[in-house]
Design a protein. Sequence first.
Length: 175
Amino acid sequence: MIKIDEDSPSIVIKEKTKTGPDEKTQQQGEKQFEKEDLANTLNDTKQLIDHVVGLHTHIRKLLSKVIVRKFEWHTGVGIGDAAATGVICGGVWAAKGSLVGLISNLMKLRVKPVLTVTPFFQQFTTKIQLKCIFQIRVGHAIWTGMKLIKYWKGGMPNFKTKPLSVLSNDKSNSV
């Protein structure tokens, strides 16, 4: 579930993850994203792209090995006004269709995707539910990682987000 925090200008994401072979083990978590987090993530992505020669070709080859076994994407949208909600729902359908087309072009889509957009004409709400199963062999991921290391150019970039700051020379952001 994604909602806007009333106390601060940030987005709160609640997630449930089912893991294990029987999918009965559940983990729940709540994360909060602010505009600085988004800016830092975009900056780190640019730094990574600048430091790897031909990054897009390596990523495309890796994505071509990914098999999509399940894909369900349900969205509920409402902004209180019926006419504006209809326009928003049309835009959501267009965005979903484009993203599913991109996924089917880059990956092996083995199932028919289930997509729904539910308009809530009388209320201001957004609900997103995404259920998916992606399969990739670990060897393909390791091989791509080795290629990324091989084609790395220059020194270490200055990453700002916590997961990638471990790689940069600045030790103040490390875990």
